[in-house]
Design a protein around this ligand. Structure first.
Ligand code: BEZ
Length: 249
């Protein structure tokens, strides 16, 4: 599968809702003065900077060089690291992650790296896409690929686990799960569905020609419009969040 390419400036302009909707996971983190916090998948650093403002020392990591540069420009210590290959050891009081874990397709490696990175009794607090996330969008994308064999096979770049599945992975890796829940959170796409597809479905369409991309975007839009668009609210994506707090044993 092609790796997703990120543009920090596009993300800041058109995907601001991602950090704007992070209040619940931030309050679950409950950052305390003097804590060392790792922000896994820090993106352009908005939430890491907020946590830093609460008196914590924050290290952000992201696989995208564009995101790391943007996070550094905000004043965050940020490193380009793939979340599957973290080399931190017993360093952090908390590992925090928002809207990043569903891009990492080998959760066992990620969770093992998080556990290594934490001090004993440290906490792993995160929110990600969970089972059923963007179900209408995903099924429309798969249908459009099926209807256009010249696009090749559909490769799903996302991992949306159920409560049971992720809880079991956390427990097997040596965490006590203090809370874990799945919550539907319809999410207004303030820049519209075209921008959402352009930013987030990049790895799905990167091998297609411009004509094929146009055909893909139009066909997906037509399919999901009855479920995701209304005159009053515009485009609202069918997000489902998996949110949890787990303690390193
Ligand atoms: C999400 O945050 O749930 C998400 C964002 C982009 C693509 C897929 C899922």
């Amino acid at each position: 599968m092609k790796t997703q390419q990120w543009s920090a400036s596009k993300y800041t302009r058109h995907a601001h809702f991602v950090s704007a909707m992070a209040t619940e996971v931030l309050s679950l983190l409950d950052p305390q003065q003097g804590e060392e916090v790792l922000d896994l998948g820090c993106g352009e650093g908005e939430l890491g900077t907020y946590i830093q403002g609460q008196g914590c020392t924050v290290v952000g990591i992201d696989a995208s060089s564009s995101m790391v540069a943007a996070a550094k420009a905000r004043g965050l210590t940020a490193l380009q690291v793939d979340g599957h290959n973290m080399a931190f050891e017993n360093q952090f009081d908390a590992v925090f992650s928002n809207a990043a874990l569903h891009w990492l397709l080998q959760p066992e490696s990620v969770i093992a790296g998080v556990r290594r990175a934490l001090k004993t009794k440290g906490r792993f607090v995160a929110e990600m896409g969970g089972a059923g996330n963007i179900a209408a969008l995903l099924s429309a994308m798969m249908d459009v690929f099926k209807a256009n064999p010249d696009f090749g096979g559909f490769q799903n770049p996302w991992y949306f686990p159920s409560v049971e599945e992720y809880q079991s992975l956390l427990e097997k890796a040596g965490f006590h799960v203090e809370s874990i829940e799945l919550a539907s959170r319809p999410t207004p796409l303030t820049s519209g569905l075209d921008k959402w597809l352009e930013i987030f479905a990049d790895s799905i369409v990167s091998h297609l020609s411009d004509d094929q991309k146009r055909c893909f975007f139009n066909a997906v839009k037509i399919k999901v419009k009855p479920a995701l668009y209304s005159e009053q609210e515009g485009w609202v994506a069918d997000y489902v969040r998996l949110r949890f707090k787990a303690i390193k044993l």
